[in-house]
Design a protein around this ligand. Structure first.
Ligand code: FPP
Length: 228
């Protein structure tokens, strides 16, 4: 891998867990569990390669209206991850950050997510960002309201600092698995100049090898940022 052509920040829309489970006659929740294991492997892989930020779309604002049993399954995974798996992440000198409206989540999960951020190593070399109950439009509207309340005019830098992603670099590459060709309210403002990569592979099957294919495609793109 050419280190000079490695993205600093990759975002992943982890789509296709439900279809992966359906193909195996399993409940959707097992698709999400398998997706979580894939996400953990990808985070380790990305860190080893030298990528500094990985943002995973774990729950959109719209996903919150899914049936209760599916949501309970997802919340169970968040609980497992933020009590157990997170320790391994910290040990590898990584931190977590959570973006989204946490107030609509069960209280114990809110606490786990907040503590997960707070207990992260201060000198982390890698950041795993969880987008949970995240929606870009709501994020932008909140930022506008925050600016209006302060009575301040904002420039692009100031506006970015009012978003959930304040302090994070913009994503260079957005990957969507599962065959759909859209962004589904994910990092809309931040991905203005991101390269987009779509694949039919369902998220649980999105291996390190598939991730490397996306990085190779990214390395082959010419990024002009609007210039010639
Ligand atoms: C979309 O697939 C995926 C989700 C709504 C959930 C993604 C969550 C995980 C991979 C687990 C994350 C775990 C932690 C600890 C953050 P879909 O259900 O819409 O799939 P479908 O389009 O095939 O139905």
């Amino acid at each position: 891998m050419d280190i000079n052509k490695l993205p600093l920040h990759v975002g992943i829309i982890m789509d296709g867990n439900g279809r992966w489970a359906k193909k195996r006659l399993m409940p959707r929740s097992l698709g999400h569990k398998s997706g979580m294991n894939t996400m953990i492997r990808l985070a380790e892989h990305a860190q080893k390669l030298g990528i500094k930020y990985l943002t995973v779309y774990a729950l959109s604002t719209e996903n919150l209206s899914r049936p209760k049993d599916e949501l309970d399954g997802l919340f169970g995974l968040f609980r497992d991850y933020f009590t157990e798996n997170i320790k391994k992440l910290y040990k590898s000198n990584s931190r977590v950050k959570v973006i989204g409206d946490l107030s609509a989540l069960p209280e114990d999960i809110q606490k786990l997510l907040i503590d997960g951020e707070k207990d992260s190593p201060a000198d982390a070399q890698f950041t795993l960002v969880f987008a949970i109950n995240y929606g870009s439009r709501a994020e932008i509207v909140n930022a506008v309201n925050a600016a209006v309340e302060k009575g301040e005019k904002v420039d692009e830098g100031k506006f970015s600092s009012l978003l959930y992603t304040s302090g994070l670099p913009d994503p260079d590459l957005i990957i969507r698995t599962g065959g759909e060709l859209r962004l589904s309210n994910f990092l809309l403002y931040q991905s203005a100049y991101a390269e987009l990569y779509f694949t039919d592979v369902l998220f649980p099957d999105f291996s390190a090898k598939e991730f490397d294919k996306a990085l190779k495609a990214y390395a082959g793109r010419t990024r002009r940022f609007g210039k010639i």
